[in-house]
Design a binder for this molecule. Structure first.
Ligand code: SF4
Length: 482
């Protein structure tokens, strides 16, 4: 978590020029993953096809820390894959940094993936029994190992990928570079985003359209749920893995991408992220109006929803809470005094905007509520007469098993507390959330359905076997009762 928010685990990027005119594929990948940095700040990596030899460079840190001009000038080539990531709790070390590359009987492979395979442990156990050796605990190694095995028995890499897709369960958007092609594929429900674009004669896959915009590429379209798109010297072609159970679904894109994960200038499956956030703020104002003097945003994640709330309610939007952008991620918070100081250094209040006023503060989501409690406290200390909290997503009551770095229900305030209990704990005068219907309707123009499992517990791609009992019908009923 970052600032008490869930964090997306990964951003993926791939580029391939079938005409081999492009020599700076790694540099394009660098700019691509730089613009996907919000999807993972723990590590970054790029593998390039350098005249038939795969060269990789990766490391811990931000994209700008991992790469310098020297690295990029040595990594020439017409194809590359890149990745940024945030690790699972307990996962660490350089072994789990993507892209991962292997040499198999069928040639070289490099993989960059975003998501989570819920039956990875079972597959890993089966493969170990067959003699496979794993270097990491990461899901992408399971995909790569399965793929290398399936490739030997398949006529082409695409057949092997379709076979892998029939064996794995979960949410994944993956880019694979082989000796002669680049392949992007998305799980049968399209839970994690993936888009394809074009720049000159090169084709590009990226987690979000903002990465295409950043390199001056035009968007072709989103990769469809279950679609496997190959880019090679023969052109572009698609194949599909559509299992029976998803045959009548038009996909279930993660709705939290619109709430918080995705960059506001991205467009996912036909819907603008920024516009959906403004629309949610409007819906929130209709569903949970409040008598107040000013609408303010929780910085920076609540800005678009707060603007929507202000527009719909007619109450002026004001700047009251400011975030210090220069506070390092390494800021030490070992003692209570340091934690308090951390909040005070991180956020400050424009007292003149707050003193004597009734304030509505709008945030995109409340997962743990710690940061919001501190923000409300400093607003009151600055003289706010009343502080009302409005949240532009429903209560987060369930963990995510589909590629978000939080799977412990104990971390979710709303899974164990009522709205009133949360209001009291946070110290707001009133608290209201937008409805799930209001949130879904806000993703105007979207071409698919939504995964909203962290709100409704539906889990369309299932849950890991070890958690299946927790989410049995009875458990869901208990949670509903809460
Ligand atoms: Fe997104 Fe929530 Fe579904 Fe996870 S459970 S994929 S965060 S909507």
């Amino acid at each position: 978590m970052s600032d008490g928010k869930w964090v997306e685990e990964c951003g993926v990027f791939g580029v391939f020029d079938p005409k081999k005119v492009l020599h700076e594929a790694a540099r394009l990948a660098y700019y691509g993953i730089f613009s996907l940095q919000h999807r993972g700040q723990e590590s970054a990596g790029i593998v390039v096809n350098h005249a038939g030899q795969f060269l990789g460079h990766k490391g811990v840190g931000l994209v700008v820390d991992v790469f310098d001009d020297l690295h990029l000038s040595m990594m020439t080539g017409h194809a590359a894959v890149g990745h940024v990531r945030f690790p699972d709790p307990g996962e660490g070390g350089s072994d789990v940094i993507q892209p991962m590359q292997i040499k198999s009987k069928a040639g070289q492979l490099a993989i960059a993936t975003n998501g989570s395979i819920i039956n990875a442990d079972e597959i890993r156990t089966q493969l170990k029994e067959l003699g496979a050796i794993f270097q990491t605990t990461a899901d992408f190694e399971v995909i790569l190992t399965l793929l290398a095995r399936n490739r030997i028995a398949s006529d082409c890499i695409e057949d092997a990928i379709l076979q892998v897709m029939s064996e794995i369960k979960g949410a994944y958007s993956t880019v694979i570079m082989t000796d002669d092609r680049l392949i992007g594929f998305r799980d049968p429900l399209g839970i994690r985003p993936l888009i394809i674009g074009k720049k000159d004669s090169s084709y590009i896959f990226a987690s979000e359209s903002c990465a295409l915009d950043a390199i001056g590429a035009e968007t072709i379209r989103d990769v469809l749920p279950g679609e496997v798109i190959t880019v090679s010297e023969d052109g572009l072609f698609s194949r599909y893995y559509i299992p029976e159970e998803t045959a009548h679904s038009n996909g279930k894109l993660c709705i939290f991408e619109f709430v918080y994960f995705a960059r506001p200038d991205s467009c996912l499956d036909g819907a603008s992220v920024h516009q959906s956030r403004v629309n949610t703020g409007r819906a929130l104002a209709r569903e949970a109006p409040c008598e107040c003097d000013v609408v303010v945003a929780a910085p920076d994640s609540g800005v678009a929803a707060a603007m929507g709330y202000a527009m719909e309610s007619g109450v002026p939007y004001g700047s009251a809470l400011l975030k210090n952008r220069y506070i390092g991620r390494t800021f030490i918070q070992a003692t209570q005094l340091q934690r308090e100081m951390s909040v005070r250094l991180k956020f400050s209040v424009l007292k003149s905007e707050v003193r004597g006023k009734k304030i509505v503060i709008v945030d995109d989501s409340i997962v743990r509520g710690t940061t919001m409690r501190n923000n409300i406290q400093i607003l009151r200390e600055a003289g706010a007469k009343e502080v009302h909290l409005r949240v532009a997503s429903p209560p987060v009551r369930f963990p995510c098993y589909y590629g978000v770095s939080a799977s412990n229900p104990d971390e979710l305030t709303a899974s164990r507390s009522s709205v009133e209990e949360i209001r009291t704990a946070i110290g707001a005068d009133s608290l209201a959330y937008v409805s799930l219907e209001g949130l879904k309707a806000s993703t105007e123009g979207i071409l698919c359905g939504h995964c909203a499992s962290c709100f409704d517990g539906a889990f369309p791609a299932g849950v890991p076997e070890c958690h299946a009992e927790i989410y049995s019908a009875q458990s869901l009923e208990d949670n509903e009762a809460k």
